[in-house]
Design a protein around this ligand. Structure first.
Ligand code: HEM
Length: 119
C-alpha cells in the first residue's frame, strides 16, 4: 500500500520545514507580503505547519479556523492566490519534494480556492 502524503513529505518534521519556508517566502513576496505585516510570524508558522500536517494524513494537531472563516472578507484576488501557490511550490522544491507529491499538494490546495478567493 502506498504511504500517506504525510509520510512521503517527511512526517511532521519535513512538513514543518516546508510550512516555515512557505511563510518566509510569503514575507518576501511583494504580491502578498503586505497581507502579513501585522502577523505573529511564529504563530502563523505553527498554524501553517499543523494545518498541512492534518491535511496530508498526519495527526489532527491543527487548532485554527477553517479556510472559509479564516479568509472571509479579506477580498483575496486570483493573483494573490496564485502567488501563495507559487511560494508553496518553491518551498516544496527547496525541500526536494518529488514531482508526484508536488502535484498532489497543489491539487488539494487548488480545491480550497473557492473558500479563499473573494468570499
Ligand atoms: C490554498 C491556499 C491557502 C491556504 C491553505 C491558507 C491557509 C491559512 C491558514 C492555515 C491560516 C491560519 C488560520 C488560523 O490560524 O486560524 C491562514 C491565515 C491567513 N491567510 Fe491563508 N491560506 C491560503 C491562501 C491565502 C491567500 C491567497 C492569502 C492572501 C494573500 C492568505 C492570507 C492569509 C492571512 C492574511 C491570514 C491571517 C494571518 C494572521 O492571522 O496573522 N491566505 N491561511
Amino acid at each position: 500500500m502506498e504511504l500517506s502524503l504525510y509520510e512521503r513529505l517527511g512526517g511532521s518534521e519535513g512538513i514543518t520545514k516546508i510550512a516555515c519556508d512557505t511563510v518566509d517566502l510569503h514575507l518576501k513576496n511583494p504580491t502578498i507580503s503586505p497581507r502579513f505585516f501585522k502577523s505573529d510570524v511564529a504563530a502563523l508558522k505553527i498554524a501553517a505547519a499543523t494545518f498541512f500536517i492534518m491535511g496530508t494524513g498526519g495527526p489532527s494537531v491543527y487548532e485554527g479556523k477553517d479556510m472559509l472563516s479564516t479568509h472571509k472578507g479579506m477580498n483575496i484576488s486570483d493573483v494573490e492566490f496564485n502567488a501563495v501557490l507559487d511560494d508553496i511550490l518553491q518551498a516544496l522544491e527547496m525541500n526536494n519534494v518529488g514531482q508526484k507529491e508536488k502535484e498532489e499538494v497543489l491539487f488539494v490546495l487548488y480545491g480550497m480556492k473557492k473558500d479563499i478567493v473573494a468570499v
